[in-house]
Design a protein around this ligand. Sequence first.
Ligand code: L34
Length: 283
Amino acid sequence: MIISGKELSAKLKADMAAEVAAFPAKYGRVPHLAVILVGEDPGSVSYVTGKAKASAEVGIRNTTIRKPAEITEEELLGIIAELNADDEVDGILVQLPLPKHIDEDRVIAAIDRAKDVDGFHPQNVAALWQKQPCTLPCTPKGIIKLLRAAGVEIEGRNAVVVGRSNIVGLPVSKLLLDANATVTITHSRTRDLGAVTRGADILVVAIGRPKFVTADMVREGAVVIDVGVNRDPDTGRLCGDVDFAGVSERASVITPVPGGVGPMTICCLMENTIECFLRRMAH
Ligand code: L34
């Protein structure tokens, strides 16, 4: 079975659009998401464009601020301070990665925690690991929604996560743990990775290398979630971290690239923006 993140996200976005349509009458306005894009990385440009398009579909106001790669850290922090102070901005997202001369951690920490729709702010990260209410990071949240929608049982299963990034690997591991999976986190230094991944009932791959996971690394009947968005060096087309042709022969459930996790990330961003808006309206 191929789980379509594109289809699931379309359904969830339609539900959100119906919810947001009632907001002007109730709250006097719609949620407002501000996205900051620094530089012109083609991937980032495409993802930020996708976020603006999804905002329009859901009825969320989107302001995308594009700045050249040469912007100084101080200038960027100045923009964030303005957005923090703007009462009509509910969500702030700084698209990553940032150019090397900018301290990403400092920028993320500068965002008002209540407007942190990515769930990357240190206080949100701490809250996640302490099981306190928090904004969940979009990609991990989307992955859990995909697993639930596909009817995959998580409790008691062996989940192996390949990759340990702050954006995906670590938080998705925590969410799987909270859903009572037995979680193993692997990475570039893991010895005999194949032996570990072959033990996975649920395999989540977020390593950022085209077709890194091959059929021999996957147990027959496993559930495979492919988080990678890469260019296939041979064909130039988009491909995941998983060799789809080979692995789909062994997996019971697999996500495609494109059309799998990516659209769910954007869908969860819309959900987080609505959550931040509603929390702000309640105050
Ligand atoms: N701050 N930075 C911040 N927040 C995020 O949540 C992200 N991420 C990751 C990179 N940097 C970030 C994204 O938005 C990855 N990511 C993301 C978002 C959307 C898609 C992929 C990655 C996506 O929509 N992928 C499409 C294909 C898009 C294309 O054609 O280029 C898909 O179907 O997979």
